[in-house]
Design a binder for this molecule. Structure first.
Ligand SMILES: Cc1cc2nc3c(=O)[nH]c(=O)nc-3n(C[C@H](O)[C@H](O)[C@H](O)COP(=O)(O)OP(=O)(O)OC[C@H]3O[C@@H](n4cnc5c(N)ncnc54)[C@H](O)[C@@H]3O)c2cc1C
Length: 187
């Protein structure tokens, strides 16, 4: 069976993956590439984290891409603005057409004999697995687990309301903020 092959397979469609694809197109235009993204949307961090007030910690003139400088006078940008910037960059460079969503990379094996990676990709909804090959595997998957993480707060067991998540909620929804106050106990 012949597997789908790319010269470069990029894992993750966040800031790093979109940037990697743009650079690849510019500096190695003959190379074929694809991006596989575990979630259903691009943007990574800036799509996931939607708590009110989410913004960059550093100035966007530094965090933005050198090949597409940040032009807004607002240097500390909100999460929504950064997300738009990333998606506009992906669209402007045609990178968005290379992204396949709901595909999580779950394994990769290198073969020196064939000089290529065989990458196992899982379909998020069905769990169905398939394989593809590439010459260069570019891991742009960020540094934290994106799904299923809750804050661990000591003593919040008695809290009856919704428990907050840092990511995945509606953007700028004031209702997303839940304050859990510790109450002293003298038992
Ligand atoms: C509130 C906040 C503010 C921040 N501010 C700054 C700042 O000012 N400056 C700065 O330098 N950094 C900042 N960061 C860090 C920020 O995460 C990075 O700068 C940057 O956005 C990370 O981009 P990334 O593409 O490397 O990773 P991510 O944004 O995490 O994207 C990784 C992508 O890879 C996908 N993925 C992961 N594993 C797999 C897999 N196995 N298969 C397929 N896809 C996968 C994920 O779904 C995700 O879409 C901030 C982070 C937060 C949360």
């Amino acid at each position: 069976m012949t597997l789908e092959h790319h010269d470069v397979l990029i894992v993750g469609a966040g800031l790093a993956g979109i940037g990697a694809a743009c650079h690849l197109q510019r500096y190695a235009p003959g190379q074929t590439y694809a991006i596989v993204e575990a979630r259903g949307a691009s943007g990574g961090t800036w799509d996931l984290f939607r708590f009110p007030g989410v913004r960059s910690d550093s100035d966007m003139f530094t965090l933005g891409y050198g090949f597409r400088p940040w032009t807004s006078p607002k240097s500390m940008a909100g999460g929504g603005e950064i997300l738009s910037y990333l998606r506009e960059t992906a669209a402007a460079h045609g990178v968005d057409r290379h992204i396949t969503y709901h595909r999580r990379v779950v394994g990769a094996e290198w073969s020196s004999a064939d000089a290529q990676w065989t990458v196992t990709v899982e379909q998020a909804e069905t769990g169905e697995r398939s394989q593809r090959t590439c010459g260069f595997l570019y891991l742009c998957c960020g540094y934290y687990r994106q799904a299923g993480r809750r804050h661990r707060q000591r003593g919040h067991g008695g809290h009856a309301g919704p428990r907050p998540r840092a990511g995945g909620g509606p953007r700028d929804d004031a209702a997303a903020v839940t304050v859990v106050l510790p109450v002293a106990s003298w038992n």
